[in-house]
Design a protein around this ligand. Structure first.
Ligand code: SF4
Length: 366
């Protein structure tokens, strides 16, 4: 592609235009579209709206497993035999203690997720009380992800001070029945529409690598644009043993970057978050994802571990970014280094080669 191709996609995105289908396809699958100029073109947009800040999110899995739904990618679903620690709702004391740790770790937004199709009235009231207490105790934003909600519940949560409601669409309307049979794309979309109507910011995530087509990826990014979704966590399917969908399809580190760039061009002002699977699917290109994306999850995901804090914070610092927090990135790193002293020594100390390293052939022959 010529330099003008990359310049045009940046300009169109910055001036509020929507890229046409052919350009979106070229971003995702044309070998003529080179990855470095593409990432740079996406970075221009990220820089304009988000500067060099990274918002760090930590998830609290309030209630794990025991779900009536059959989402094929989810270890908590009734169709999964993944070995997970199932438990009912955590106590208030436990959740507040975890919120304190998240705040002290530089978290910008604290995400409380609970399994299940839709919360009971009692569950919603519990969330209302938690939101009020957390917001009173710590200057952090709060997001909840309790499933399908009606208008009344959404209004209660908003009045309690909720900053964002999460409800993931995960895949396109066309592909949805391939990943779940117990509810529909429309069920999920309705919750997002009601929340938007109530004036609440919404967060809605996607999962790639489930067999969706390039058109499904483009359609999803366009659906979010139409809805005005404030935040988009981009997940890449984790190969969890026991799940129906356990073999990620067509994901390479470069393709993951292309997806993140496409989401940035089509949703220029949205917070785009590198979510589950960043470590295993972006691999050595992980830091490059911070150029289109401006947010990430730290401390792992719902049931799976991720990079440790030092690795995550250091990646942000090494790539020249900073964190959006009252805490300073350098101070947090120092704190984490001292808490994980053995890791820092092992990771940054110069280790000398041994005689065996220097004479590998000699070892074999002797
Ligand atoms: S994604 Fe949510 S609704 Fe679907 S199975 Fe998992 S916990 Fe249940």
């Amino acid at each position: 592609m010529t330099k003008s191709f990359y310049r045009n996609i940046t300009n169109e995105s910055l001036t509020g235009k929507i890229l046409d289908q052919k350009t979106c396809e070229a971003i995702l699958r044309s070998r003529q579209t080179e990855i470095l100029p593409l990432v740079n073109a996406a970075y221009e947009i990220r820089k304009k709206y988000w500067g060099n800040g990274v918002t760090v999110h930590i998830i609290n899995n309030l209630q794990n497993g025991l779900c009536s739904e059959d989402c094929h990618y989810c270890a908590q679903s009734k169709s999964s035999c993944a070995k997970i620690e199932k438990y009912p709702m955590k106590s208030e004391g436990e959740i507040l203690r975890e919120a304190k740790i998240a705040y002290q770790s530089g978290t910008f937004r604290y995400c409380m997720v609970s399994s299940g199709r839709s919360p009971s009235e009692k569950h919603v009231d519990y969330l209302v009380s938690l939101i009020k207490k957390i917001k009173k105790l710590y200057p952090i934003e709060v997001c909840v992800s309790p499933g399908i909600l009606d208008e009344q519940s959404i209004r209660k949560l908003k009045q309690a001070g909720l900053n964002r409601l999460n409800h993931n669409l995960n895949t396109s309307a066309r592909y949805y029945s391939k990943i779940c049979t117990t509810h529909t794309f429309q069920d999920r979309l309705n919750t997002l529409k009601v929340a938007r109507k109530a004036g609440l910011d919404v967060c809605s995530g996607v999962i790639f690598g489930m067999g969706e087509s390039v058109n499904d990826i483009i359609d999803l990014a366009l659906t979010f644009r139409k809805l005005g979704v404030a935040s988009i966590p981009v997940n890449f399917l984790l190969p969890i043993p026991g799940n129906i969908l356990k073999e990620p399809k067509n994901l390479t580190p470069e393709f993951c970057l292309r997806i993140l760039c496409l989401f940035r061009f089509l949703n220029p002002k949205s917070e785009i978050r590198i979510a589950a699977g960043r470590e295993i699917h972006l691999r050595s290109l992980e830091a490059m994802a911070l150029y289109p994306a401006n947010s990430l999850f730290m401390d792992g995901y719902l049931n799976t571990q991720g990079s440790n804090r030092v690795k995550t914070l250091r990646m942000i610092k090494d790539a020249g970014f900073t964190i959006v927090s009252e805490q300073k990135l350098d101070d947090l790193l120092k704190k984490e280094y001292s808490a994980q002293r053995s890791f820092s020594l092992e990771d940054s100390a110069v280790r000398m080669k041994s005689a065996k390293d220097l004479h590998p052939q000699k070892q074999i022959c002797s």
